[in-house]
Ligand binder design. Structure first.
Ligand SMILES: Cc1cc2nc3c(=O)[nH]c(=O)nc-3n(C[C@H](O)[C@H](O)[C@H](O)COP(=O)(O)O)c2cc1C
Length: 124
């Protein structure tokens, strides 16, 4: 924690400084087995090495899509997001939760892409 990360990869070379300087961090993931994608979780796990630098005033937003229709199926991911940003001390700027998105292209004709666009446009 709070040291140089032992992995000298793309995160260390570019994403690390972007995260530290960002005012807004957007978490974006499909639902995989009621949780974040492994790809997003891999990035979140790298927060550990820069914990102190990230515990500063920032905003966060959350975009997620999943196949099922049940609203409650999103609860675990939303709770994970909320718990994580509360721990980091970040303010929630908004969430777009998109059920019923299964096959490629099925987001078309739904209000979710526009909702994500408006969230990005209006966040202060
Ligand atoms: C490994 C895997 C696990 C999934 N788990 C769930 C799930 O638990 N609940 C659900 O509603 N959809 C689930 N889905 C469906 C995806 O959330 C949905 O198809 C999503 O739009 C896929 O986004 P992608 O094309 O970016 O992978 C899963 C899909 C995959 C590939």
């Amino acid at each position: 924690m709070n040291g140089p990360c032992i992995f000298n990869d793309d995160f260390t070379k570019s994403l690390r400084s972007e995260l530290v300087s960002a005012d807004l961090i957007v978490f974006c993931s499909p639902m995989y087995d009621f949780g974040f994608s492994a790809q997003l979780k891999t990035v979140i796990d790298r927060f550990y090495a820069l914990n102190g630098q990230l515990h500063v005033k920032k905003k966060a937003a959350f975009l997620m899509a999943y196949a099922n229709q049940a609203k409650k199926d999103a609860d675990a991911m939303v709770a994970h997001y909320r718990t994580l940003i509360d721990y980091m001390g970040w303010e929630d700027a908004g969430q777009v939760i998109a059920p019923g998105i299964w096959t490629p292209g099925s987001i078309k004709g739904t209000p979710y892409a526009e909702a994500a666009y408006q969230l990005g446009k209006t966040v202060k």
